[in-house]
Design a protein around this ligand. Structure first.
Ligand code: HXC
Ligand code: NAP
Length: 293
């Protein structure tokens, strides 16, 4: 099977202007590349302008599209407002906000300083709130007919997870915001959806979540029923669909793309996978022998 195949037709996003926060690296970069291949104009934002400029030049060269690098720390509302203004100045409009920027690292919660906890909450929850509020106000004030917010969350947004508690807390808030605004802002033509990715190897995530030899010790693929990690293009395909008009009736949804990973940890009897195939005849006989006794 070829997981790297591209899903939508070539001009599927040709009328769209998209802002991708954290678009200079990892999954944000992969989604930006595909949006540009589909004809979208994309502004990528993060704290590191040099990195953004390098990515923008690389993607423009690769795709022949247009990419605007903009420095913006999503923790600060005034920087988000400036980033929106710069995007409007360059492209005249904006159709999609992709809240992808995030911060995370593993740590026992009792080891965290108050500032460490705040740092993650500020990037993930406050940052997504800042962008959502600024873009939402703009769309409502300018009476734009249709627009879309797509938030990148995680599967532990609804289960919680030990050792990444600030991230889990923040992503749960982003998920609640996604569903709340899907109802409240639908009357303004604003759709609100989320993607919950399972493991998709990126330098940013792996350096902070699986440092040193942890990546070998805890092979993420082994936790996934499909026995593999995700390919960036698979996520890009889903994101492109969710920001396109093909998904115009999808609103308030969180789409999980994790090969079944989170459910594997959830089902009470999933551990029976360890039973060898040849043992099932014996077990069936034992269960049936108990009938009517
Ligand atoms: C304990 C830590 C720490 C660690 C930082 N801190 N790392 N505490 N353990 N490993 C503390 C610092 O001591 C400081 O607190 C506070 O956190 C802020 O740290 P700074 O380095 O000053 O912050 P900053 O420069 O703003 O960097 C933010 C960051 C960094 C989050 C700490 O890692 C970053 O820039 N991340 C961005 C990219 C990222 O994280 N990508 C991964 C997303 S993956 P004190 O009290 O000392 O001042 C993801 C996927 C999840 O979300 C699912 C995967 C399957
Ligand atoms: P990544 O490359 O580290 O991406 C995070 C991005 O956020 C970086 O480009 C970073 O850029 C930006 N960022 C961090 N703090 C910021 C701030 N204050 N203001 C603006 N931008 C900021 O990691 P990734 O794996 O691609 O993660 C992308 C998204 O996917 C995140 O939302 C993450 O939670 C989610 N996710 C990833 C996985 C996975 O397996 N990779 C799984 C589930 C969910 P700068 O450092 O330049 O600011």
């Amino acid at each position: 099977m070829d997981f790297t195949k591209k899903m939508l037709r070539d001009d599927a996003l040709s009328d769209k202007v998209i802002v991708v926060t954290g678009g200079g690296s990892g999954l944000g970069k992969a989604m930006t590349r595909y949006f540009m291949e589909l004809g979208a104009k994309v502004a990528i934002t993060s704290r590191d302008l040099e990195k953004l400029q390098k990515t923008a030049a690389e993607l423009e060269e690769e795709t022949g599209g247009v990419c605007l690098p903009l420095q913006c720390d999503v923790r600060f509302y005034d920087q988000v407002e400036s980033m929106l203004a710069e995007t409007l100045k360059k492209f005249g409009k904006v159709d999609v906000l992709l809240n992808n920027a995030a911060g995370n690292f593993i740590a026992p919660t009792e080891r965290l300083s108050a500032n460490a906890f705040d740092t993650i909450i500020d990037i993930v929850l406050k940052g997504s709130k800042n962008c959502t509020l600024a873009f939402g106000k703009h769309w409502i004030d300018s009476k734009q007919e249709s627009s879309t917010i797509l938030n990148i969350v995680t599967t532990y947004a609804w289960t919680g997870s030990a050792y990444v508690v600030p991230s889990a807390t923040a992503k749960a808030g982003v998920l609640a915001m996604t569903r709340s605004l899907a109802v409240e802002w639908a009357k303004y033509g604003i759709r609100s959806n989320a993607i919950a990715p399972g493991p998709f190897p990126t330098k940013g995530a792996w350096d902070r979540l699986l440092p040193g030899d942890l990546a070998e010790k805890f092979d993420m693929a082994k936790k996934v029923p499909l026995k593999r990690v995700g390919d960036h293009q698979e996520l890009a395909n889903l994101a492109a669909y969710l920001v396109s008009d093909f998904s115009a009736y999808i609103n308030g949804e969180v789409v999980t793309i994790d090969g079944g990973e989170w459910l594997k940890g959830a089902g009470q009897f999933n551990l029976l996978e360890a039973i060898p195939e040849e043992m099932w005849d014996q077990l069936e006989a034992m269960i049936k022998a108990k009938k009517n006794k």
